[in-house]
Each structure stands twice: as C-alpha cells, then as structure tokens.
Ligand binder design. Structure first.
Ligand code: ATP
Length: 169
C-alpha cells in the first residue's frame, strides 16, 4: 500500500470468502475497531454460519458502524462488501460524521480463495463461493462510479520466486 490509510476512517472491506479480509483487518486494526457479519452471527445466532441470524447480525452491525462513526472512531466493516445499498449507507454515515470512507478491495485470485476455502474447518460450499466471486466482479465494476475518498487494493503476498535451475545439476 503506497500511502497510509486515513485514521480515523470508515474502511469497507470487499472480497470473497478466503480472500483474506479478516486476517488483514486483524493485522492492521484493533479488535474493537473491526465489526464483522460472521462474528455478529455468532453473537446473535448459533454460530458464524447461522444464516438465519443474518438480518439481526446486519442490524447490529449497522448500529455499531453508526455509533462509532458518530463519535469519530475508526470502524472496519468486515463483510463480503458486495451489497451496493449497504455500501452506500455506510459511506453516507461516514460522510455525515465528517470521516473519510475507504473501500479496501481484496484482489485475491479465485483459485487462491478456493484452495484456502477447501482447507478451512468449515468451508463454504463451492457453489456459494462461485456466486460470491461473480458478485465480486460486478462490485469491482460498480466501485468506479461510487464516491469513495479512496479505493485501495490489497494483493495476496507474492509466491516465493522459483530458484533458477542449477546449471551444474
Ligand atoms: P470470510 O469472508 O469467509 O470470513 P476472509 O476473506 O475473511 O474470509 P480470512 O478468514 O482472513 O478470509 O482467511 C481465510 C483463510 O486464508 C484463513 O485460513 C487464513 O489463515 C488464510 N489467509 C488469509 N490471508 C492470508 C495470507 N495473507 N497469507 C496466507 N494465508 C492467508
């Protein structure tokens, strides 16, 4: 990342399952600054994958985002980020609070998302991940028309370079 991200700010993470959003957020922000739909499903429902708890989880998430921004506090929104109406609402809340809104796009290749997903304790079904990856392509196109203070891409760490062939071998 060329320049440091503004702080305080609203950061909206955008990426498929396994793209590394939560890992990145935890590496760069304090636990209380991160609000995630999976974590809140576990709070108001039976676990992170309790889809029946999605609506309650997002209601709570919106309230936390609003309360923190109103106090001028940084908030990192850790969801798929592919819902345009939600992105607009969070961005407008930041704007009303006078804080910059930053979209953080996880540019992780689909194959890497799939292989990380397969290795997880509770992988999302392959068809669900495929739908997320399609939704993400649409979102990337939409971002160009949205008035973010900044759109930042996070690329996965480069693979270690293949050593040159040993000419003596
Ligand atoms: P979800 O939306 O499903 O919560 P996510 O985008 O938040 O997914 P993470 O939970 O951060 O993704 O990461 C998914 C898996 O990929 C984890 O097992 C994590 O350890 C691994 N991972 C994430 N980022 C990296 C990275 N930079 N290098 C290596 N492994 C990573």
């Amino acid at each position: 990342m060329a320049d440091p991200l503004p702080d305080p700010a609203l950061l909206v993470l955008i990426g498929a399952s396994g793209s590394g959003k939560t890992t990145w957020a935890r590496a760069h922000y304090r636990e209380v600054e991160i609000v995630g739909s999976d974590a809140l499903r576990a709070v108001v429902g039976s676990g992170e994958n309790d889809l029946d708890a999605t609506r309650d989880a997002f209601d709570l998430l919106d309230r936390i985002v609003e309360a923190r921004l109103r106090r001028g506090l940084t908030v990192v929104v850790d969801t798929l980020g592919t819902d345009r109406a939600r992105r607009r609402r969070w961005r407008e809340t930041a704007e009303a609070a006078g804080l910059p809104a930053v979209a953080v796009l996880f540019d992780t290749p689909a194959a890497l998302c799939r292989s990380r997903n397969r290795e997880r304790a509770r992988p999302v079904p392959a068809a669900v991940l495929a739908a997320q990856l399609r939704g993400l392509r649409e979102t990337v196109a939409e971002l160009d028309d949205e008035p973010w203070a900044r759109v930042e891409s996070v690329a996965p760490p480069a693979e270690p370079a293949t050593p040159p062939a040993d000419p003596t071998a």
